[in-house]
Ligand binder design. Sequence first.
Ligand code: COA
Length: 383
Amino acid sequence: MAEVAKKGLEGIVVAESKTSLVNGQEGKLVYHGYDIETLAANAQFEEVAFLLWNERLPNKQELEGLRASIAHEAALPADVLAQMRQYPKDADPMAMLRTAVSALAMFDKDSEDQSVEANRRKAIRLTGQITTICAAWNRIRKGHDPIPPRKDLTLAQNFVYMLSGKANSEPDLTASNAINVYLVLLAEHGMNASTFASRVTVATGSDMHSGVVSGIGTLKGPSHGGANAEAMRMFLEIDEPENVANWFKTNIKEGDRRIMGIGHRIYKALDPRAAILEQHAEALAKSSGNLKWFQIAKQLADAARADSYFIERKLYPNVDYYSAIVLYTLDLDVDMFVPLFAMSRVVGWTAHMMEQFANNRLIRPDVNYVGPMGLAWVPVEQR
Ligand SMILES: CC(C)(COP(=O)(O)OP(=O)(O)OC[C@H]1O[C@@H](n2cnc3c(N)ncnc32)[C@H](O)[C@@H]1OP(=O)(O)O)[C@@H](O)C(=O)NCCC(=O)NCCS
């Protein structure tokens, strides 16, 4: 008897990993031994990258070394920038990112080198370059020249600086700090779909750029990274806090829509990242003087939390729910939310790919054939 297929591979363990623990019952997330709450309160994004790539925190000199390397490597090849100027301005930014990262491989002298050292260099380079691509694209598509990265800034500061439109200006501190927390929270998350896709890709012996391209393509979907933009579009559709109750009744209770940013395959308790982001979303909204979007999100989450359908299925806000409010309050375009997720998750993808390379075996699951057998061949003219 063939084994019954597990739809969505739910509950299937596919690897041993030292990168992160996701405890869905308790709502706990740990990056290589450190609780996510501790990292969100203290860590610079580069510290988290060092932790995930090296299985320990850096000392001061190592942290500065990694920050400087990422900032140095963040510059894009002129040919890739020239290509980006040719992309359709209304392209989906994730399609743009997938294409630009694929192009980067052809300009990277390490691209086909599978040594440990080359993979580390590529992890650093891709982390810097993806941030620059995101910021540059947001300017190119609006008809502005991209601003090159600065060598003295952290990745979060560089992103805010390159996006700002003011060359040689100092990046806004509140925005840089908020982006830093966002990047720390999104960097790694067990065997999520995009991480799995990147591990499957390199397990064939393919290269790290291909693995990142697979990760980007997978993250793009609304059941994964695409949910942050969809959550914001939903809040925009609701438009006013007083519309929440009616929207919930019409679209969720009486309709067949899902609340985007709610529910998770692993978390059957509150996603710890959502709890942290809720606080940041509220603080940012208060300081911006516009609480409306936060109030809509909060009221909708409260409506779901009080509803038996959501209670029975253990559906809580996930990371994408309040991150939508954080990013919107920072004035980011909604369709840039998913590329921002990729800016962070590239660190987790590359950490997992390095783990895969270190103990590789082709990932090749099985399938139960349920089609017909023994059919007779009928020539095409007779079909
Ligand atoms: C994340 C997600 C894809 C997980 O999917 P999954 O583990 O395969 O769970 P399922 O899609 O089987 O959902 C389980 C049940 O909860 C319901 N459900 C799940 N998420 C829901 C949501 N956001 N709103 C309303 N109902 C939801 C499903 O309808 C299903 O109900 P049923 O048992 O009566 O059929 C799903 O919760 C979802 O679509 N959420 C919205 C998108 C999102 O925020 N994605 C980002 C994840 S980090």
